[in-house]
Design a protein around this ligand. Structure first.
Ligand code: HXC
Ligand code: NAP
Length: 289
């Protein structure tokens, strides 16, 4: 069981909004931020889920958690989200753009609306939150930071999740662009690219039915395991904290080496049985003669 990495009270005095904070990785981050003393605001479409999560976190940490329903695709919702968070806690210091929509499908099966739905949640939703919060921070000269949760296929691309890959690629570009443009306002922008971290939301849509057994993600990972939620929460807490005050425009991959395993041309040689290497070496030396 992975432990929390930051010192007690590391986020005291910070107000952090986590989109998609009621479930999965958003919930794990929100819980750890609250444990570290932050005022946490969790938001998504389903208020009942958020309210339950807020209650669970408050019981665990004794710090207050505000649940606000908001569809990140809707700019009026996002403006109300900022207002409710700021009215409750006196301002917002950190935005974690974690909300996402995704499902696997051959791209040619997608309707135009299916494609747009994913782009609207992931790319436009992130833009809606970033713009709304960023404008407030710039106007009030408030030092702040943004953490975007992307994926490793934001840099490699991936079949069967093309709208998500396109949208996450856009979010990565937004991260780097705003790091340069908004650094002068004291606003940092960073991203985390997670590999496989089992959550119900992702697994139901990416590996439904027996696909989870057939495409066991841990077999793709050099470390031969999936990620633990606390490992991601530790990285997120560090990146949003003042300890990372000079990190701006960075994307940190946390995937046990998964994407490099897929990228390196010869990595498939792992399939060669250890006892074969004597024979292979001998054959190469023979050829050298
Ligand atoms: C083809 C589909 C589809 C499917 C939906 N659609 N599911 N098309 N195959 N499996 C189509 C619909 O028919 C519709 O198009 C359009 O998509 C919108 O669907 P709605 O159900 O109306 O949308 P909505 O209610 O807004 O729901 C959004 C959603 C849903 C994305 C479809 O799954 C959702 O709410 N997801 C939120 C949580 C989530 O996705 N979590 C996983 C994140 S994992 P038409 O043309 O019929 O109107 C992740 C990282 C993965 O991002 C990396 C892991 C390693
Ligand atoms: P998840 O539990 O399904 O999280 C997605 C969250 O987004 C949900 O809480 C959902 O809540 C919210 N959401 C969806 N549409 C929304 C909208 N229109 N407005 C507001 N909120 C919305 O899945 P997860 O695995 O934890 O994913 C969290 C993040 O990690 C995502 O950005 C995902 O792309 C990324 N990621 C995950 C993995 C992984 O292995 N799990 C790997 C790489 C990247 P509602 O339904 O209530 O709106």
């Amino acid at each position: 069981m992975v432990q929390g990495a930051l010192r007690e009270g590391a986020l005291v005095g910070k107000t952090i909004v986590v989109t998609g904070g009621g479930t999965g990785l958003g919930k794990a981050m929100a819980t750890y931020f609250s444990e570290l003393g932050a005022n946490v605001v969790i938001t998504s479409r389903k208020l009942d889920v958020l309210t339950q999560t807020a209650k669970e976190i408050e019981e665990k940490t004794s710090n207050s958690v505000l649940a606000v329903s908001c569809d990140v695709r809707n700019i009026e919702d996002v403006e109300r989200l900022y207002k409710e968070a700021a009215d409750t806690f006196g301002g917002v210091d950190i935005l974690v753009n974690n909300a996402a929509g995704n499902f696997i499908s051959p791209t040619e099966r997608l309707s135009a609306n299916a494609f747009s739905t994913i782009i609207d949640i992931v790319l436009k939703g992130t833009a809606n939150c970033t713009l709304t919060f960023g404008k407030k921070w710039i106007e009030s000269k408030h030092t702040a930071n943004i953490l975007n949760i992307i994926t490793t296929y934001a840099f490699t691309g991936s079949g069967y999740v093309v709208p998500s890959a396109v949208a996450k690629g856009g979010v990565l570009t937004m991260t780097r662009s705003l790091a340069a443009e908004w650094g002068k306002y004291g606003i940092r922008s960073n991203a985390i690219a997670p590999g496989p971290f089992p959550t119900k939301g992702a697994w139901d849509r990416l590996l439904p039915g027996d696909l989870a057994a057939k495409f066991d993600f841990k077999n793709r990972v050099p470390l031969k395991r999936v990620g633990e939620h606390q490992e991601l929460a530790n990285l997120a807490a560090f990146l949003v904290s003042d300890f990372a005050g000079y990190i701006n425009g960075e994307v940190i991959t946390i995937d046990g080496g998964e994407w490099l395993q897929g990228a390196g041309q010869m990595n498939g040689m792992e399939a060669i049985a250890p006892e074969m290497w004597d024979y292979i070496e001998k054959a190469i030396r023979e050829n050298n003669k």
